[in-house]
Structures are given as structure tokens and as C-alpha cells.
Design a protein around this ligand. Structure first.
Ligand code: CAA
Length: 259
């Protein structure tokens, strides 16, 4: 895509989506949301896709929503901007394949929100995370108050939201905001390793696991189990289930086709 703020690379079923606006620390503007959405919609049409890695160019993952773009907003524009950001985060969260955040640096405000919309977060030792919006006199607008409370618990979420404290990677790992912390040069290789592991599994099953967890965390246990049983049943309509179980019985590696 010409003049895109998002770079898209693909190899062997794994896509790397890089937010590529390093001069503004990859701040999320309306253009970035359009480009990011276009990249994920294009990926959604790729039948060979198995996993996505989302990262940032330069020293930041994303340093937040674009403060320069927002500065003169009134409430109506601000609401529309929040809704736009939320819809792109939702697209990523509900994307049919796993999306791994490779948090290479600052994940602040909208950047922390974007990382939380991914399925899990592998971060650099140099990364920093937080919701510093109160420093600007605003609240998070892309789901931060909601996903942070679900991820780290309501008390800690409130503490972080009220104080705007920026966390070290080590602290973010300790509270479950990051899932793994590695040396800076290991962030992409580690994400690729995880993505390759995922790509070797039954693709329909992986996709259903994501969907089941996403639905289940918002439902009662009984509703979640009903949904799980239905997805489990559906996997028995795939060739991959026949292949996976035959391969086990015949003591050979399985070759999945995603159908
Ligand atoms: N929006 C727009 N531009 C940004 C930006 C942002 N969120 N963050 C950084 N930039 C720009 C800077 O203005 C600067 O541009 P210029 O060279 O043109 O001045 C460039 O990126 C480099 O940034 P710094 O010089 O500030 O880099 P630094 O290393 O000294 O500091 C930082 C890094 C601590 C991350 C600092 O840039 C910073 O505090 N950024 C803002 C973080 C923030 O408050 N994020 C929340 C935004 S609000 C939000 O996200 C709301 C929402 O949920 C909807």
C-alpha cells in the first residue's frame, strides 16, 4: 500500500504487521487506524494465514493515540475517534487467527490498549507500559479502562489509571500485563517461534480456541461450556480432526490443511 503507516510482511502462513510511523512513535491517528484495518482485512482473506505478529518500527510499540490530532477535538469528534479506535481493537481481538503483540518499546495509552487487544504480549526488557491519559486530562478511549481491569484485576487497573504510572517490563510481567519478557533482539525471533508452533497445529481448532476464550470470559460458565461443546462438535466436521487423530494412532506427524 502506497504511503501506508502500516507495513505488512508474510511468510509461511505468518504475517508481521509493523506500525511504521517511528517519527511520531507510531502514534495512532485516524490514518493509522485506516491502514491497520486495511491490513487486517487483507490478512483475513488469506486462506494460508495461521498467525499474526503485531509490532512497531523504531523505539516504540505505540506511544498512544495521536495527541496532536486530538488536541483540538470537541466531544463529538472525540467520541467518534474513540469508537473508531475501539472498532479496530475489536477487529484485532476477534480476528480469526492468533495475534501476538511484539512489544518492542513504549506501549502507552492507546499503545497499551492495542497490545491488550492482542491475544498475548511478548515484550522487550526495554519496553514500558501504562495508561498515562490522566496526565493529559482525559480517560483512555480505546478500551483501556475495560481490558486493563479484566487483565490485571480492578484494583490494580484503577491504581494504574488513576496514577498514570508507567511500568517497567519486569513489573508489567509480574502483574500479567506482559506474558513474557525477553532481550530486545529476541522479541521478534521469540514471537516467530511461537507463531510457528501455532502454525503447526490444527488451524480450525486454534481459531475456535481463541473464539471460545473470547466468548467465555464475557459469559457464564454454563454458557461458555455450551459454546465450547458446540465448537468441539464442529471440529469433528473437519478433515484436520480426522488427520490429527489418525496421525496420533499411526504414530506419525500430522499434516493439517485448515479444513
Ligand atoms: N501523539 C503524537 N505524537 C507523539 C506521541 C503521541 N502520543 N508520542 C510521541 N509523539 C511524538 C513527539 O511529539 C515527538 O515528535 P516531535 O519530534 O515532532 O516533537 C516524537 O514523537 C518523539 O517523541 P519524544 O521526543 O517525546 O520522545 P521521548 O523519547 O523523549 O519520550 C515518550 C517518549 C515518553 C513516550 C513521550 O513521547 C510521551 O510521553 N508520549 C506520549 C505518551 C502518552 O501520553 N500517551 C497517551 C496518549 S492519549 C491516548 O492514548 C488516549 C486514548 O486512549 C484514546
Amino acid at each position: 500500500m502506497e504511503n501506508s503507516t502500516v507495513k505488512l510482511e508474510r511468510q509461511d502462513g505468518i504475517a508481521i504487521v509493523t506500525l511504521d510511523r517511528p517519527e511520531a512513535l507510531n502514534a495512532l491517528s485516524l490514518k493509522v487506524f485506516n491502514d491497520l484495518e486495511a491490513a487486517f482485512l487483507e490478512l483475513a482473506r488469506d486462506p494460508s494465514l495461521r498467525a499474526v505478529i503485531l509490532t512497531g518500527a523504531g523505539k516504540a510499540f505505540v506511544a498512544g493515540a495521536d495527541i496532536k490530532e486530538m488536541a483540538d477535538f470537541g466531544p463529538i469528534q472525540a467520541r467518534a475517534f474513540a469508537r473508531r479506535g475501539q472498532s479496530v481493537m475489536r477487529l484485532i481481538e476477534s480476528f480469526p487467527h492468533p495475534v501476538i503483540a511484539a512489544v518492542n518499546g513504549f506501549a502507552l495509552g492507546g499503545g497499551c490498549e492495542l497490545a491488550m487487544a492482542c491475544d498475548f504480549r511478548i515484550a522487550s526488557e526495554n519496553a514500558k507500559a501504562g495508561q498515562p491519559e490522566v496526565n493529559l486530562g482525559v480517560t483512555p478511549g480505546f478500551g483501556g479502562t475495560q481490558r486493563l481491569a479484566r487483565l490485571v484485576g480492578r484494583s490494580l487497573a484503577k491504581y494504574l489509571l488513576f496514577t498514570g504510572e508507567i511500568l517497567s517490563a519486569e513489573r508489567a510481567l509480574q502483574i500479567g500485563l506482559f506474558d513474557e519478557v525477553v532481550a530486545p533482539e529476541q522479541v521478534l525471533p521469540r514471537c516467530l517461534e511461537i507463531a510457528q508452533t501455532i502454525a503447526s497445529k490444527g488451524p480450525v481448532a486454534v481459531s475456535y480456541c481463541k473464539h471460545a476464550v473470547n466468548i467465555g470470559v464475557e459469559a457464564t460458565l454454563a454458557q461458555g461450556q455450551d459454546f465450547e461443546a458446540e465448537l468441539f462438535a464442529q471440529t469433528f466436521a473437519t478433515g484436520d480432526q480426522k488427520e490429527g487423530m489418525a496421525a496420533f494412532i499411526l504414530k506419525r506427524p500430522a499434516t493439517f490443511k485448515g479444513i
